[in-house]
Design a protein around this ligand. Structure first.
Ligand code: ADP
Ligand code: ASP
Ligand code: MG
Length: 412
């Protein structure tokens, strides 16, 4: 007997039939004597549909109205799931983010959770209800409705679990756990029974969309017991936990990819103290998230600086650079779209030299041109042309010994 937070993603609540199945699973958990708090995403691809509708009205809608629009998706699914539970005789109540006391920063579209006043949720649980909370949303101290960034319902679930001191937080999705690579593009990917918070955080940050990176960060910080598993089967999922025995762990435990990458090169900036600072401060002030950075000088006075950004941010980046050309004092900007970042991640890398060299060799043998590189103690990332993503992921998966005999199945 304990308190369990369960989160169901878009595919898991994508149809009325699936909502009924989710309700059955919640009742099963409740009947085992647990209190249950549930977080749900919007049904199926409905968030994407809302984004598309907004685009038809404005190429650049205001962030406040986007949040107002997107939060309606989760409001639909919490109400329907609660009705399904009530219909099956299980006392339940739905709550939006603000009703559940989720207070965020006042930034729209990517707000962080500041604190949770869980009084209303706890009281409803104490009265015997299953509480169904809308994922991905909160309210700022000024009373504005905010969202946490795409995929943010995972973070709602983990933050609620931390706040309620839940015994377990289960993320139910359309795959049976965390795999050694995205099973949609690497059919030989295998499910990991366990993975450390640090490796999972790297994988998620580098594009493994199965968990929102901030959910992993929050689980690590508050020591939340976290699992990822399928809503479509009873199979045990993946446990995400503190460092497992590194000596026994795999050298590389996963391959991640992100195929929405663009590269920008600013040419002939004056090469002096403060050059990088002025360029990247200008971009940071405009909330552009810069990833890999390379500086190269071919003569002392001038320098070229290349960096990568998400392709969604490319137009804005170019606009900001153009507006600030005089202040920054560069000659030209060159940009390249259609790139991807493939990364290998593993805690075992720290103690194994030559992993990066091996990765470059594998990509060279697959005839893939590497455009940029970035490394840390537990990952190596290469930026490559996006059309080679699948080949790169599969080649690395094989070369680092991750292939399994069983073929992973993806529902949805
Ligand atoms: P949900 O709507 O349940 O939040 P998501 O689509 O956000 O589901 O996340 C699940 C998807 O994450 C899977 O269908 C899979 O394609 C993708 N994914 C990417 N990398 C991985 C990985 N390493 N392991 C498992 N799934 C992954
Ligand atoms: N519905 C939101 C999205 O599609 C949040 C989530 O599903 O986690 O990004
Ligand atoms: Mg998700």
């Amino acid at each position: 007997m304990g308190l369990i937070v369960q989160k169901f993603g878009g595919t898991s609540v994508g149809t009325i039939e699936r909502i009924q199945k989710v309700a059955d699973r919640i009742i099963q958990t409740k009947n085992k004597g647990n209190d249950v708090v549930v977080v749900v995403s919007a049904m199926g691809k409905s968030t994407d549909v809302l984004v598309e509708m907004a685009k038809q009205i404005s190429p650049n809608p205001s962030d406040r109205e986007m949040d107002m629009l997107l939060t309606t998706g989760e409001q639909v699914s919490i109400a329907l799931l609660t009705m399904a539970l009530q219909e099956k005789g299980c006392p339940a109540v739905s709550m939006t983010g603000w009703q559940a006391g989720i207070e965020t920063e006042g930034i729209h579209s990517r707000a962080r959770i500041k604190q949770i006043d869980n009084g209303r949720v706890q009281r409803a649980v104490d009265l015997g209800n299953v509480v169904i909370v809308a994922g991905f949303q909160g309210v700022s101290s000024e009373g504005q409705i905010t969202t946490l960034g795409r995929g943010g319902s995972d973070t709602t679930a983990v933050a609620l679990a931390a706040s309620l001191q839940a015994d377990l937080c289960e993320i139910y999705t359309d795959v049976v756990g965390v795999f050694t690579a995205d099973p949609r593009i690497a059919p030989l990917a295998q499910k990991l029974d366990r993975i450390s918070f640090d490796e999972m955080l790297e994988l998620a940050t580098l594009g493994a969309g199965v968990l929102h990176p901030r959910a992993v960060e929050c689980a690590k910080k508050h020591n939340v017991k976290l699992t990822v598993r399928s809503s479509f089967s009873e199979e045990e999922g993946t446990i995400i936990e503190e460092e497992i025995d590194m000596e026994k762990g795999l050298m590389v435990s996963g391959v991640a990819h992100d195929d929405q990458v663009a590269k920008v090169t600013v040419t002939n900036m004056s090469n002096q103290i403060g050059t990088l600072s002025s360029l990247f401060t200008t971009l940071a002030e405009a909330h552009v998230n810069v990833d890999v950075i390379i500086q190269s000088s071919y003569e002392a006075a001038l320098t070229n600086i290349s960096f990568s950004v998400s392709s969604n941010d490319l137009d804005r980046t170019l606009e900001i650079l153009k507006l600030n050309q005089e202040k920054l004092g560069y000659e030209d900007v060159i940009s390249e779209k259609g790139l991807a970042k493939v990364s290998i991640v593993g805690a075992g890398m720290v103690t194994n030299p030559g992993v990066a060299a091996n990765m470059f060799k594998v990509l060279a043998e697959a005839n893939i041109n590497i455009k940029m590189v970035s490394t840390s103690e537990i990952k190596v990332s290469c930026i490559i042309p996006a059309e080679h993503t699948q080949n790169a992921v599969e080649s690395l998966h094989t070369a680092f010994g991750l292939d399994a005999l069983e073929v992973a199945v993806v529902q949805g």
